[in-house]
Design a binder for this molecule. Structure first.
Ligand SMILES: Cc1ncc(C[n+]2csc(CCOP(=O)(O)OP(=O)(O)O)c2C)c(N)n1
Ligand SMILES: [Mg+2]
Length: 779
């Protein structure tokens, strides 16, 4: 490498090769330090993935220091996290202390994390496959923002995933490929680190060339980087074609074994297999063992020139899959070994690597170690002048104003699901700024979850308009289904994982693209479980969306056990970064939606989950608005107990009529009996847990909300709790003040049936509540 930033290709290649080596070393050393040098206190393995990192360093050097533009965003293969940290260390954007605390408390995280890492991370990764697919949805969100005038076409970035080849086994990759094709996504690159090794072993040869077909079928350009320039040069020499043919037909496992064994093993095998072919012996004889091993592993994904050329050749907007052949553990003594995923260099091996890289003992953390002073200075100047060094950091836009309250849908009897649809419709009809920022989506359940009215008002989104054929033919339909660039509903197929990934991408529009979108997604409540890992992924990324699970519980009646959600209240309680509510009445729905759109925009906010129902129930007459603040804190007394009352019924959601009926009957015998409506088991429990934990910290707290609510009762009061879901969502309430509790709920798969039958069978009806209370009071 002669000069810094330069047009000269030779010098650029030399700089990228030097960076490849630097990244290989620094990532290896970071993992080594965490496992072998940092004192251990618990005997636990720390871990890290030196081989997975080494597999990708050339790819990342070429991408980050050649191909990347300021507006591009990258999802990095989770176990190549240390390479990303090394890149930012070279840029002066990551501290030595963070690298030394890799996988330690508050140090650099194991896998790139948007919220926990201190370097800029565009996409969190960790659960393989999801970090890849999210880039496709973010390219769709980018197109949405361009179409809606929030982003200039010229500022469109590429959404790039750097992925391991085993990620291609994840089903969500193909679900997203199909959805991406329907939406004609663009500006998306996936770069496969095609080392043909997963965690356990080498991968099946039978998939060879299948991936090309699959992606091309879905509209992607596939660029395969099989051979590096040195290999190609050798193939051009006499005898070279035979070596090329041999490599092309070599089974993955054999290639890996020989890579691990090294030069003399390569020679022996090649001589045995093709030594008799013309010129092969002479060609092999022109390389010493080290040179031969280097030649055989000079695959496309390790050749920065090949990588540069491939990236340069894909400058249009067509989605592109780069299959970059690599060796897992390239350049390390672990190279090729099938067990190298969690394998680690021992101290002797890393010392040897250090010597080979010309790094003095004690200079292991030098960002530009192992280079002469001049060369180090020039490489640093090259890095400092890179696009990455000038990349703007994420800035949160101003919040979209949310009115003080949303109008409550009218009607003496309503379901929470219908109320939700009506609140959205009212917003859609308004000229509020908020209305323009709403984006709805659903996995093929738009109409059955009451999003239809919003869609009729605001239309479907497509980059290329699609007419409503039924409307054009004058066939009556309640649902308008025309799509335009101005539409605000993104139609999705059934795949729930895609649904959660799209919500995640939409919910990251503010930090990613500087425009706050307020995504609202509806899904049948039981099928939250189908996309649960993607939901968790979105929450981990701190994406902000409103999730509506509806209909829910046994209360959807005849649909039966396969559609009844039982444990979703526990998901709502257990999922971090998601605040869940289960309203019983329409005015609660309006209140919670208003709260949600604000909470989704607050720095310490979160996504919000509403568990709703199609059951039409009589609406309460409110004397005032005093209940509202308590409802937003997790619960309020629908019928306040008399001071010191001996009992209360506590309910959540659609089972309200049974709780009210039981309360009316029992109140005759139990003086001052209370009726508590728990609108959010999640908030009540979180608040209580925090209050308990505060005893061990200095944080001063008053009583938590649930303590305040229950303090209206006698200390010995009895509680019957009832929810159309896991009884555990409410049974813990007995522990707050040491009260006896009888928890009613559903803990078996449900039958088909109408509500009276189902409530009777599963003991959610008025009789069950009365029986439970009687048993409690009888002692
Ligand atoms: C959903 C999920 N399942 C399992 C794992 C555990 N895991 C981590 S990496 C990996 C395989 C990695 O292989 P590949 O993607 O080819 O990456 P390489 O290390 O070979 O570059 C597995 C199974 C995970 N992180 N996420
Ligand atoms: Mg692999």
């Amino acid at each position: 490498m002669a000069t810094m930033i330069t047009d000269d290709r030779t010098e650029l290649v030399a700089a990228l090769e030097a960076l490849d080596a630097r990244l290989r070393w620094l990532s290896s050393w970071t993992v080594h330090n965490a496992n072998h040098l940092r004192p251990k206190r618990d005997g636990m393995k720390v871990g890290g993935h030196q081989a997975s990192c080494a597999s990708m360093t050339a790819i990342m050097a070429a991408l980050y220091f050649h191909a990347l533009r300021p507006q591009d965003k990258v999802a990095v293969k989770p176990h190549a996290g240390p390479v990303l940290h090394a890149i930012h260390y070279l840029l002066g954007q990551q501290t030595l202390e963070q690298l030394q605390r890799f996988r330690a408390l508050d140090g650099a995280q194991s896998y790139p994390s948007r919220t926990k890492d201190r370097i800029p991370v565009d996409f969190s990764t960790g659960s393989v496959g999801l970090g890849v697919a999210i880039t496709a949805f973010s390219s769709l969100v980018q197109d949405y923002l361009i179409a809606h005038g929030h982003l200039a076409e010229a500022d469109a970035g590429r959404m790039i995933a750097l992925m391991g080849d085993a990620e291609l086994d994840e089903g969500n990759i193909y679900e997203c490929l199909i959805e991406g094709y329907k939406h004609d996504i663009r500006n998306c690159w996936w770069v496969v680190d095609y080392n043909r090794q997963s965690l356990d072993s080498t991968t099946a040869d039978r998939m060879f060339r299948r991936f090309d077909d699959i992606f091309e079928t879905c509209g992607w350009r596939v660029i395969t980087l099989k051979h590096g320039k040195r290999q190609l040069a050798a193939f051009a020499r006499p005898g070279g074609r035979s070596i090329e043919d041999w490599i092309d037909t070599c089974p993955n496992a054999d290639f890996a074994v020989l890579t691990y064994q090294g030069g003399s093993a390569w020679r022996e095998r090649l001589l045995a297999d093709i030594g008799g072919k013309p010129h092969v012996q002479a060609l092999l004889g022109s390389f010493d063992d080290e040179g031969l091993a280097d030649l055989m592993t000079n695959l496309g994904g390790h050749c920065v020139e090949t990588l540069m050329d491939a990236f340069d050749s894909a400058q249009d907007e067509r989605p592109t899959l780069f299959i970059a052949y690599t060796v897992k553990g390239q350049g390390l003594p672990l190279a090729g070994h099938k067990d190298n995923h969690s394998g680690m260099m021992n101290p002797a091996q890393i010392a040897q690597l250090r010597l080979r890289m010309g790094i003095a003992e004690g200079a292991e953390w030098e960002p530009y170690g192992g280079l002469g002073d001049n060369q180090a200075a020039r490489l640093k100047a090259f890095v400092d002048a890179s696009v990455l060094a000038r990349k703007a950091s994420e800035l949160l836009p101003l919040a979209v104003p949310v009115p003080e309250r949303f109008p409550v849908p009218k009607g003496d009897a309503q379901s929470t699901q219908a109320a939700f649809g009506n609140v959205l419709l009212a917003i859609a009809k308004s000229d509020l700024a908020l209305a323009d920022r709403l984006v709805t989506t659903a996995p093929d359940v738009t109409q059955t979850t009451n999003l239809g009215a919003f869609v009729n008002q605001r239309g479907l989104f497509r980059r290329a308009a699609v007419a409503d054929a039924f409307r054009a033919a004058n066939i009556p339909s309640a649902q308008k289904w025309a799509a335009t660039t101005a539409g605000q509903h993104i139609e999705l197929g059934i795949a729930e994982t895609n649904f959660f990934l799209l919500l995640t991408s939409l919910g990251l529009a503010a930090p990613h693209f500087g425009t706050r979108l307020l995504p609202v997604g509806t899904v049948y409540d039981p099928f939250i479980a189908r996309g649960l890992d993607a939901l968790n992924y979105g929450c981990y990324s701190d994406a902000r969306f409103l999730l509506v699970g509806t209909p829910s519980g046994l209360t959807l009646g005849p649909e039966g056990g396969a559609h009844q959600s039982i444990n979703t209240p526990l998901i709502g309680m257990g999922q971090p970064n998601l605040t869940s509510f289960e309203p019983a009445f329409a005015d609660e729905v309006a209140l919670m939606m208003q709260w949600a759109f604000r909470h989704m925009q607050q720095p310490g906010g979160s996504s919000v989950y509403l568990r709703l129902s199609t059951r039409v129930v009589a609406q309460p007459r409110r004397a005032d608005e005093d209940w509202e603040a308590d409802a937003l804190n997790g619960g309020y007394w629908l019928h306040p107990p008399l001071a010191g009352a001996e009992a209360a019924i506590i309910f959540t959601g659609a089972i309200a009529p049974e709780a009210l009926a039981a309360h009316a009957l029992l109140a005759e015998d139990i003086p001052g009996l209370g009726l508590l409506n728990v609108t959010s088991p999640d908030l009540l429990h979180r608040d209580w847990s925090a209050r308990c934990a505060a005893r061990w910290t200095d944080a001063p707290t008053g009583p938590c909300h649930v303590e305040t609510l229950l303090s209206a009762l006698a200390p010995t009061a009895r509680l019957v709790t009832v929810i159309d879901g896991s009884p555990g969502a409410l049974s813990w309430l007995g522990g707050v003040r040491g009260m006896q509790v009888s928890p009613l709920g559903v803990d078996r798969f449900g039958q088909t049936g109408d509500l009276p039958d189902l409530y009777a069978r599963y003991r959610l009806d008025c009789d069950a509540i009365i029986d439970a209370m009687a048993a409690l009071l009888a002692g």
